[in-house]
Design a protein around this ligand. Sequence first.
Ligand code: ZN
Length: 291
Amino acid sequence: MKKAAIPILLMLLLLPACSGDIDKPYHVAFNESAWNTLDWADSGFNDSAEFEAEVYGYIEAISDYCDRPDWYKAYSEKHGDDYELVINYIWVSGRSHVEHGYESHKYLVPNVYLKKDHLENGLAPIAHETTHILFPHYSALSYREGLASYMQDKFGQNPDFRTLGINVHRFAAYYHTAPLDADMRAQYNDVIAVLGTGDAAELKCAESEMRPVYYILSHSLTAYFIDNHGIQKFMTLYESDDPISDFDGLYGFSFNDARAGWLSFLESDAEPLSTREYIAYREELDGILAQ
Ligand SMILES: [Zn+2]
């Protein structure tokens, strides 16, 4: 009996050190041979183990911050108790996305596609796309993209290519005040009108030429809610069936008042990018991707 006590004690001491990914109810995978097809010199990763460790770190940090440690259960509820949750990271030429894009919640196939060009230049939205895997069910598309962009900003080891580390509210304020032509200004107003509603028109905005603006405004609105009222309330809103009618009960004021508060914050407290700064951002992005 006494002899056995030492190995057991040793095992207990060693357990935290090897809790790595052995006991996790999910795994991260990618095609090792595909790794060698990319030029990783400017990616920020020295080897595939670093990439893997970064992804596991995102999953822990983001699910922790959002207080959703059981996020993975959505997958076994969908596919059955024997389902082995393996999140696959795949490099592609097109834009980064998760399997089935905005409809991923219908199928829950945990594949993440990362744009090669962004990956090779340290701009891949790894934390962003991973957030979509963790929280596939959303009340409004703008909150889906807003939360993912917020997490890329907060936990990403590399900047969001849409802001390159510049405060997102400065971009939102820029679009709010920039001299857009009449057609773009009308589209901008359409985007503002549907953000946070969960209306099908959100999808039209995301897939129109206003896509970059839609993503920036979604990120800005989401960051405004999280930073002013906390992540807990935001996650409840994110998981609501009706984000407009549930808003009052959750926040104590109407969504319309909240949106007006955000717009007035953009107008008076967020210093808009100047056109010169906006052009400099575009040039920096082009420069990084041209390497
Ligand atoms: Zn996204």
